[in-house]
Write a protein that binds this ligand. Structure first.
Ligand code: UD1
Ligand code: MG
Length: 488
């Protein structure tokens, strides 16, 4: 059997009642991807001639996930069991001679395990080969009945187990390799003899074995790979395993991760050698981090691109932004989408950026909002500077040149341009362009009144004194209304 003869069938039509969700089970996520995408990706290295995904619940959404990978969706409507789902796949399977069948809810299986299963099937010249696992707690899974060391006689579903069979801890992963000319006749004999009135693919195993066909079992070396995600708890467990795999891969690539179990990293994230990731960090989406960066505790980076030697201080949020070499941000910086921080620039605490370019070596260290703003190099943005980019109707740009100094608590009312080398006096509300090397100052002029405070204090003291001497009696005297009440 060459891969040219092998097709893949992923059963993904079920609702997933046990999840108690309006979303189809295989569209739930583990390890940053939907379950069905994880399964499709595990199969990709097998280079099968065809991948058929049986869809039913939320068929269009499931098809939209798998079709970009070259899979074909086949509709099962209604969903009458895994055996019927397999029948739905028959026509699109075309001329494939054998099929690797997987459930769409067991996302952790690795390509190497699938390759070994296919090899065992080929070498054993089997009609069916089942990937099994030995679990300490087999509850919920179909159990494997063996007739000898190597051969299987049947699979019994959890709901149909006898007390004796319940003790069996070898389970069916629902991942199988079938020789299709042996499967179809067996499947046609399967009856819906269960309380759900469904056709079980597992029953085809019993039929094949009873006909004397070779049915083999291959035990997975890592039982965690076959975990089925039928409940929220199982989903959480699958997610945990994926996240752990991702962190291990990054650590193998030279990244330090402190308290790794507290760090959440999406599958497409990359990071360079000697980068340090502190506890409680989330690296999401297509985030790419260079070498020797430090991502400090509590920071969340989503689709961020970082050069080398970048420092993200604690508790920063970065979305869809680019930080070039040696940039330092935070603590507590918020970068909304579409910022470009050029080399050696610094963004400090409680600074919010949106759609802004910060030039090389430029600093905005404290309490600012910079939106739709382009700043040149080596400028200094004082504490509390706000770009007023929105007039309630439209957004407008602010342009700040090189070596500009913006004094603290300035409001730059966009659209406005500040030329190279210009100064803005602290506390200004700037509404007009400021020419290069000029000073923009726009605030009320200060007036000092000498002795004013001392005089005020003297006046206050005098009023207090008069009150005390004249107000003694009147204070003790009850008010008329109160007196009247007393005598009622
Ligand atoms: C199934 C196996 C069980 C095995 C377990 C491993 C059967 C009858 N039982 O049980 O032996 O131990 O997987 O995880 O096969 N699906 C369809 N159409 C349907 C019904 C299901 O496409 O009509 C799909 C589901 O979307 C799911 C997969 O088949 O991805 C398995 O179905 P599920 O209901 O999860 O079966 P389990 O009870 O887990
Ligand atoms: Mg399942």
């Amino acid at each position: 059997m060459s891969n040219h003869d092998l097709a893949i069938v992923i059963l993904a039509a079920g609702k997933g009642t046990r999840l108690k969700s309006s979303r189809a089970k295989v569209l739930h996520r583990a390890g940053g991807r939907t379950l069905v995408e994880q399964v499709v990706r595990s199969c990709a290295p097998l280079k099968a001639r065809e991948t058929v995904v049986v869809v039913g619940h939320q068929a269009e959404q499931v098809a939209a996930v798998v079709e970009p990978f070259g899979a074909v969706a086949a509709l099962q409507q209604p969903q009458n069991g895994t055996g019927q789902a397999m029948q739905v796949a028959r026509r699109p399977l075309g001329r494939a001679r054998s099929a690797l069948v997987l459930p769409g809810d067991a996302p952790l299986v690795r390509p190497e395990t699938l390759k070994a299963l296919i090899a065992a099937h080929q070498n054993g010249n089997a009609a069916a080969t089942i990937l099994t696992a030995v679990l300490a707690d087999p509850a919920g899974y179909g159990r494997i009945l063996r007739k000898s060391e190597t051969a299987v006689s049947a699979i019994v579903e959890e709901s149909q187990l006898t007390d004796e069979q319940r003790e069996i801890n070898e389970i069916n992963s629902a991942i199988y390799c079938f020789t299709l000319e042996k499967l179809w006749p067996a499947l046609s004999q399967v009856k819906p003899n269960n309380k759900h009135r469904e056709l079980y693919l597992t029953d085809a195993i019993g039929v094949m074995a009873s006909k004397g066909e070779t049915v083999l079992a291959q035990v997975a070396s890592d039982p965690r790979e076959v975990l089925g995600c039928n409940t929220r708890a199982e989903l959480a467990e699958a997610d945990r395993v994926f996240r752990e795999r991702k962190r291990d891969a990054l650590m193998d690539a030279g990244v330090t991760i402190q308290l790794p179990e507290t760090v959440l990293i999406d599958p497409d994230v990359t990071a360079g050698e000697d980068t340090v990731i502190e506890p409680g960090v989330q690296l999401l989406g297509k985030t790419k981090i260079g070498a020797r960066c430090t991502i400090r505790t509590g920071s969340v980076l989503n689709d961020a691109i970082l050069g080398d030697d970048v420092t993200v201080e604690p508790h920063c949020v970065v979305e869809q932004s680019r930080l070039d070499d040696r940039v330092i941000i935070g603590p507590f910086a918020r970068l909304r989408p579409n910022n470009h921080l050029k080399a050696d620039s610094r963004i400090g605490n409680f600074v919010e950026l949106k759609k802004s370019t910060i030039g090389e070596g430029t600093k905005a260290m404290h309490l600012s909002y910079l939106g739709d703003t382009k700043i040149g190099s080596k400028s200094n943005i004082g504490a509390g500077t706000i770009t007023c980019n929105y007039d309630g109707f439209h957004k407008y740009p602010t342009t700040i040149g090189n070596k500009v100094f913006i004094g603290s608590d300035s409001a730059l009312v966009a659209p406005v341009r500040i030329g190279d080398g210009a100064y803005i006096a602290a506390g200004s509300t700037i509404t007009e362009h400021v020419p290069a090397d000029g000073l923009g100052i726009a605030r009320g002029r200060q007036v000092n009144k000498p002795g004013w405070a001392a005089k005020k204090r003297r006046e206050l003291a005098a009023t207090e004194k008069t009150k005390k001497s004249s107000g003694h009696r009147s204070k003790k005297r009850p008010r008329r209304a109160a007196r009247n009440r007393k005598h009622r």
